[in-house]
Design a protein around this ligand. Structure first.
Ligand SMILES: NC(=O)c1ccc[n+]([C@@H]2O[C@H](COP(=O)([O-])OP(=O)(O)OC[C@H]3O[C@@H](n4cnc5c(N)ncnc54)[C@H](OP(=O)(O)O)[C@@H]3O)[C@@H](O)[C@H]2O)c1
Length: 323
């Protein structure tokens, strides 16, 4: 089978594709014929050697896939050959065939395409975790989402709308803002060309109840100033590449809260609770309550290009590789 391989940490265009033997399942494992492999910001950081964890080299990136089960190892009784599944594998997903513990495979609802399934879990589990486990969002609350045209950002818009909140989407281009509007954002702000503090305060009648920040950098200060008293500032990620400093006086004034969101570590430390969270995401998307967008599709050979497009802010929403 073909796989993408990272031999040295560095620029994403150094990724290679080679051919290795097909995997066979160990006891407790399934083999999945991968129909789509989700590409995420974390994959790019791993390849560049900039993530907090560094896998031993060489390694195959790819944190989540969707496909069909084609082989079962001994002692697997929760899943059958032919079933459509999603697997959150962490790394190793940019392959034609993936062997993984059967406990990681969750059924993909019929309503969702393989591409939607492969790009769903990381972004939507982060969003559901952030907005229901780390923050409290009430119907009609105003929620400001930064990076709202990105993978995590669009999922935040969708989940916040599902919870009954009114979403203000902030992003850098008309295309990204249109994608957020299509998922139900009530208002949009271009944070490259508009005064975020002033516009968001106007739109929300004095400030939002929750800010979701997966971007960081220079956007954070204005977003914190757009938060109303007793509001919650959710720190989700630093896609802009700079970890911002939150001004402590702005957190004190108005009794605001700064809230860390680390779904990745939590999911590893709490596998049972995470399985319930992921099943909730799949059930909500499968019933039509959530509306994950169809991602852009690249062939497996162009993994480096897909990751470069993400790193350079050229993509709206998610992207998957199709082996
Ligand atoms: N805390 C957690 O548990 C958790 C879970 C998953 C992901 N994350 C983190 O969340 C962040 C977003 O992930 P994602 O999957 O949504 O990524 P993504 O799809 O690439 O979206 C990131 C967005 O950030 C904005 N951005 C601003 N400056 C940027 C820059 N210099 N380079 C790249 N993007 C920039 C872009 O929107 P504009 O062009 O509109 O500014 C882009 O759409 C990442 O830092 C990721 O590591 C955290």
């Amino acid at each position: 089978m073909r796989r993408v391989v990272c031999r040295t940490f560095g620029p994403v265009d150094r990724l290679e594709v080679d051919t290795v033997a097909d995997p066979h399942p160990q006891p407790g494992e399934v083999v999945v014929a991968v129909r789509a492999a989700g590409v995420s910001f974390v994959d790019a950081l791993l390849v560049e050697g900039l993530y907090q964890l560094k896998p031993p080299l060489p390694f195959t990136p790819g944190g989540e896939v969707a496909g069909e089960v084609i082989e079962l190892g001994d002692e697997v009784d929760n899943i059958s050959v032919g079933e459509r599944v999603v697997v959150s594998c962490g790394i190793g997903g940019f392959v034609e065939r993936l062997a993984a513990p059967a406990t990681l495979a969750r059924r993909l609802p019929a309503r969702l395409s393989f591409a939607q399934g492969a790009s769903l879990v990381q972004s939507y589990a982060t969003a559901l975790f952030a907005l229901t486990r780390r923050a409290t969002v009430h119907p009609n609350d105003w929620v400001l989402v930064l990076g709202a045209g990105g993978g995590v950002g669009l999922a935040m818009v969708d989940v916040a709308r599902h919870l009954g909140a009114r979403v203000v989407a902030a992003a850098s281009s008309a295309e990204k803002l249109a994608a957020a509007s299509a998922l139900g954002a009530r208002a949009v702000v271009n944070y490259e060309s508009e005064d975020v503090k002033q516009r968001v305060r106007e739109i929300s009648g004095g400030g939002v109840h929750v800010v979701v920040d997966p971007v960081g950098g220079s956007y954070t200060d204005a977003a914190l100033r757009a938060l109303r008293g007793f509001g919650q500032y959710l720190i989700v990620g630093f896609a802009a590449g700079t970890i911002p400093s939150l001004r402590a006086n702005l957190v004190l004034l108005g009794n605001r809260s700064a809230v860390g969101v680390d779904w990745g570590a939590w999911s590893v430390q709490n596998p049972e609770e995470n399985r319930a969270l992921v099943d909730e995401v799949l059930a909500l998307a499968g019933s039509g309550a959530l509306h994950p967008s169809e991602p852009a599709i690249f062939p497996l050979e162009r993994a480096g290009e897909a990751l470069a497009a993400l790193r350079e802010r050229r993509l709206t929403g998610k992207v998957v590789l199709q082996p």
